[in-house]
Design a protein around this ligand. Structure first.
Ligand code: TRP
Length: 456
């Protein structure tokens, strides 16, 4: 067993750790979900609560996953098993892996749409009136073939990266993709904020109207914080197993959370000023980026159509990069699991994961219009996956992880990991334990109950 530990791959540098893990966190959640949630939930107040939730709840949960992963030096299931000492707590790890695997299938479908939109912007298909964008999206997502092909393409890309291992695959790819993503983001933000009347959008994002706080806004923000940081799906735990014993877990978690918030807010600054400048309301929900946004860019830059074309193209490249870095972290969760639990090679494991995901992803995609047979109880397979992973498994795994670390695992083990075996002072250890023991589980329980209530 010692042999296994010394042989285990690890990230090569601190920067690699931050960029790869931030790559997992920064995804469609930041660029797609965050802006429409902000639009629907009153703008600045939502952002304020979201940032507080990330700092107060997100960081402690992230540190807990890091502790479990780095302690276990293995895939999520095995890492939980090691700390669980033969108790059923090990099941939480298996559930994390399963959640990661399921979310990956539908995440791949949406990531595929992003690639399709790059292509569409490139060849000039993203031009027309508002009605056109609606039909374009409906036709794409309901098409039996095209989205499946794009899903296969993006999973193929993710496969190629994951197959190359941690340093040569995931770390190298993150070091190229994340800076590119940042540069594109800043360029689009600048273009959007320079538009006439952009100030109204900026005000919407930064001037809180406290009368808009409701329990929905509050719980929406807690949920968004968890989703956005990639918590409770085995991803952070798996990545942490490739950290070194010198990695400062608290500092890394804080840096990653700050990057994640920053990208989300910049995504808002990319979308809202442009939307307000052409008088389009930003509360159109999930279809915001695929339907409203191409139209917004087209209208906002109507005086210089070429700029509009470039901005729209850059936007979808950015979106695809964000999606791919998250997708590959999910790919890694399942790949590490198969590789280590079934004692096979990384390549084999990655192939099994890719093919299975392609099959499940194809069904998810087909359930969106190509056939009625994949709709159960009025919900398409796609939306079942989204619902079960995001609203059931995520809170359950998140809740149990906090309870596991806060109440079950020996605090000396937790402290050792927290302070790198006494190397660091661990000034915030007591605060961390307090948050993980009481505050985080309670907050997660509240969102869970709220979501179940919203079911009826
Ligand atoms: N955090 C990702 C995003 O913002 C979404 C996500 C949730 C995720 N859980 C994950 C990505 C687990 C990778 C792994 O889009």
């Amino acid at each position: 067993m010692t042999k296994k530990i010394t042989e285990r791959a690890s990230f090569g540098s601190k920067l690699g750790i931050i960029l790869a893990t931030a790559g997992s966190a920064v995804g469609l959640g930041n660029v797609w979900r965050f802006p429409y949630m902000t639009g629907e939930n009153g703008g600045a107040v939502f952002i304020l609560i979201y940032v507080i939730c990330v700092l107060l709840l997100g960081i402690p949960c992230m540190i807990s996953e890091f502790i479990i992963g780095r302690h276990g030096q293995s895939n999520t299931a095995r890492s939980f098993r090691l700390l669980a000492n033969g108790t059923p707590w090990a099941l939480v790890g298996y559930m994390g892996v399963l959640t990661g695997f399921l979310i990956m299938s539908y995440y791949a479908v949406v990531s595929g749409w992003c690639l399709q939109y790059i292509w569409a912007s490139l060849v000039g298909h993203l031009q027309g009136d508002p009605e056109y964008f609606k039909t374009y999206f409906a036709a794409l997502s309901g098409d039996p073939v095209k989205p499946v092909i794009w899903t296969v393409v993006i999973l193929g890309m993710s496969y190629l990266i994951v197959e190359h291992g941690i340093r040569n695959g995931i770390e190298r790819a993150s070091k190229m993709m994340m800076p590119t993503l940042f540069i594109l983001l800043l360029i689009i933000v600048a273009a959007s904020c320079l538009l006439p009347d952009a100030g109204k959008g900026i005000e919407f994002l930064f001037k809180p109207d406290f009368s808009k706080i409701t329990s929905d806004v509050f719980l929406g923000a807690v949920g968004q914080a968890f989703y956005s940081l990639s918590l409770a799906m085995g991803a952070l735990c798996t990545y942490a197993s490739y950290f070194t014993k010198y990695t400062n877990l608290t500092k890394s978690a804080t840096q990653i959370a700050v990057i994640d918030c920053l990208v989300a807010i910049l995504a808002g600054l990319m979308i809202f000023p442009a939307a307000f400048s052409v008088g389009i309301s930003p509360d159109s929900g999930p279809s915001l980026i695929f339907i409203t946004l191409p139209n917004v860019f087209q209208q906002a830059f109507s005086a210089a159509p070429f700029v509009g074309y470039i901005v729209s193209l850059m936007f979808f490249v950015l979106l695809s990069l964000a999606a791919l870095t998250s997708l590959m972290s999910l790919h890694e969760v399942a790949t590490a699991f198969f590789e280590e639990e079934f004692h096979t090679t990384r390549k084999h494991a990655a192939i099994v994961v890719t093919t299975t995901t392609i099959v499940i992803g194809a069904f998810c995609s087909l359930s969106l219009g190509a056939t009625d047979t994949l709709t159960f109880f009025g919900r398409s397979l796609f939306s079942w996956f989204d619902f079960i992973t995001g609203q059931i498994f995520l809170p359950i795994v998140g809740f149990l992880t906090c309870i596991f670390i806060g109440w079950f695992v020996d605090h000396q083990v937790v402290r050792d990991e927290f302070t790198n075996w006494g190397e660091l002072r661990g000034r915030f250890f007591h605060l961390y334990i307090f948050l993980v023991k009481y505050v985080c589980p309670l907050a997660i329980l509240l969102i869970f109950l709220h979501q179940l209530g919203a079911l009826n």
